[in-house]
Design a protein around this ligand. Sequence first.
Ligand code: FEO
Length: 168
Amino acid sequence: MKSRTLDAVNNQIQAEFQSAYIYLAMSARFEDMKMSGAANWMRIQWQEETAHAMKLYDHLIRRGESPVLQTIDKPEVSFESALDAFERVLEHERHVTHLIHSLYEVAVEEKDYALQTLLHWFIDEQVEEEENAEAIIDSLRLAGESGQGLFLVDRELGQRAPEEEEDE
Ligand code: FEO
C-alpha cells in the first residue's frame, strides 16, 4: 500500500473512533436528561462507529499493513434538546461523508482498487447515516415541545437494535 493511502486510512480510523466517542458522550448526556431511548440510539451509534473503524483497521491488517492509532480528542458535547443533538449528529455525519469522499479520491488517484471497493460500502453507509438523522430530526420537529410527542419519539429511538454483523 502506498504511504499516502495508508496515512489517509489511518486518519479515517481516527475519525471513526472520534465519532464513536462523540456519540457515547451524547448517550451519557441523554441518560442525564432521562431520555433512555435516545441514549440507547446513541449507544448503538457508538457501536456502529467502532465497527466502521474496525472495518478499516481489518482492511489494513489483511493487506499486511500495521494500523497506527492516533489521539482521540475529548468530546465536547453540550446540547439543550434532543432536536439540537440530532441536528449536530446530521452535521457531523455530513462532515464524515466529506472525509469518506476525500479518502475515496485518494484511493482513485493512487489506483488502490481494493480500497475503492471497500469504500463503496462506506459511501452507501453515509447515505443511510444522513437519512437516519434527517428522519429523526423530522420526527422531533413534529413533536415540538410537547412532552407526549417527545415521549413517543424517545420510545421509538429505544427500539433501535444493533445491526447484524455483515460479511465484507
Ligand atoms: Fe462512520 Fe457515522 O460514520
